[in-house]
Design a protein around this ligand. Structure first.
Ligand code: AMP
Length: 217
């Protein structure tokens, strides 16, 4: 399986990528997670990325393309990959095509998960993640048993700095201007599977599996 997930922030890309990973054993490449780790470790990449991420802006294409090229060469990606959060610009999409061509590989399909902006704002404002294991919660729809504490590992829950409402709006503007054109780009290549992203995690997972059945993975 070699797929990528497109969609605005809060569309559920990360959640669905994890489920696909568990089901198909492909590796999940989440550029947002990689950058957040780099920022926490204060690596040179992390130092560059942190300020841009806090404002909801994109990290430069060249850095992102090099990062993904290196990640996809990892042994754990040999059996397939689920790209979540990359590409986000046309230049990144062309960079990905060159990376895959050099590897003698290509994409099976591209999911575009669509969710209206008002739903996204509600989802992201209430999102909390575990600092230790990365488990995701929502204050209203999936609250932890104890406020601020991860059910799974007891770690501390936190709100991502870029999940505050003004930054969410900035990220949505960036998505519409720079990433939304990729939907047409992949539609023209015959790779696009459009998924309605409103509903429960399980409903959306079923829609994606049905769409995957059509591509015969
Ligand atoms: P995400 O977790 O996918 O919402 O990404 C969080 C932030 O990381 C984004 O708002 C960007 O600042 C940065 N980021 C993640 N992926 C990319 C990418 N492919 N290109 C540029 N910036 C990215």
């Amino acid at each position: 399986m070699r797929v990528l997930l497109l969609g605005p922030p809060g569309a559920g890309k990360g959640t669905q990528a994890k489920l696909l990973k568990e089901q198909f054993g492909a590796c999940q490449v989440s550029t947002g997670d990689i950058l957040r780790r780099a920022a926490a470790e204060r690596s040179p990449l992390g130092e560059k990325a942190a300020a841009l991420m806090a404002k909801g802006e994109l990290v430069p294409d060249g850095l992102m393309i090099d990062l993904v090229a290196e990640r996809l060469r990892g042994d754990d990606c040999l059996a397939g990959f689920i790209l979540d959060g990359f590409p986000r610009t046309l230049d990144q999409a062309e960079g990905l095509e060159a990376i895959l061509e050099a590897m003698g590989s290509g994409l099976d399909c591209v999911f575009s998960i669509w969710v209206p902006h008002n739903v996204i704002i509600l989802r992201l404002e209430g999102r909390r993640s575990c600092k230790t294991c990365g488990a995701l919660y929502h204050l209203v729809s999936q609250p932890p048993r104890r406020i601020g504490v991860c059910d799974r590992c007891g770690g501390e829950l936190y709100q991502r700095e870029d999940d505050r409402v003004e930054t969410i709006r900035a990220r949505l503007r960036v998505y519409e201007a720079q990433t939304a054109p990729l939907v047409d780009y992949y539609r023209k290549k015959g790779l696009l599977k459009e998924i309605d992203g409103v509903g429960s995690v399980e409903e959306i997972r079923c829609r994606m599996l049905l769409a995957l059945g059509e591509v015969g993975t």
